[in-house]
Write a protein of this length. Structure first.
Length: 150
């Protein structure tokens, strides 16, 4: 009975999320996780406590624990990446998304990665992308709406 109730709450949480009712989604995921603290439930709860309550540190911890228990579940990497984006840790988010894709196909992860767009070539190709001159000039060119397209 408890597993069925947790599943129903999880489904309601996803529905609320898709409808844009984020506080309700958080409530459903909290209740589902309270009944069945499985990796999937905890992962979605993590994303929503980060998003709705700003509890980034706790969310990252929950996501890591979920991934340790089910390393082949791509949805867990999706939520981890989303939490990293909320924490403004773009590089970590990209790594989480890519690790998720290495475990299997997930269209939501692909959509997240496509949202970043293609990177432009560095201003000076003979210097590394991370070189301060390339970083500074790239920043200036992006603000001017200029730059070299791929």
């Amino acid at each position: 009975m408890k597993d069925g109730e947790a599943e129903e709450l999880f489904d309601k949480g996803l529905k609320a999320f898709r409808e844009g009712n984020l506080p309700s989604a958080l409530s459903f995921f909290e209740r589902a996780s309270g009944i069945d603290p499985c990796p999937r439930n905890n992962s979605y709860l993590a994303y929503f406590i980060a998003r709705e309550r700003g509890q980034i540190k706790k969310a990252i911890e929950l996501c890591r624990e979920a991934i340790e228990k089910e390393p082949d579940n791509t949805a867990l990497y999706l939520n981890m990446g989303r939490v990293y984006l909320l924490a403004r840790q773009k590089e970590d988010a990209i790594l989480a998304f890519r690790e998720g894709l290495s475990r299997g196909q997930n269209q939501e992860i692909i959509d997240e990665l496509n949202g970043f767009g293609a990177r432009r070539k560095p201003a000076f190709s003979f210097l590394s992308r991370a070189h301060p001159v390339n970083k500074c000039l790239g920043f200036i060119l992006s603000r001017l709406g200029s730059g070299n397209e791929r």
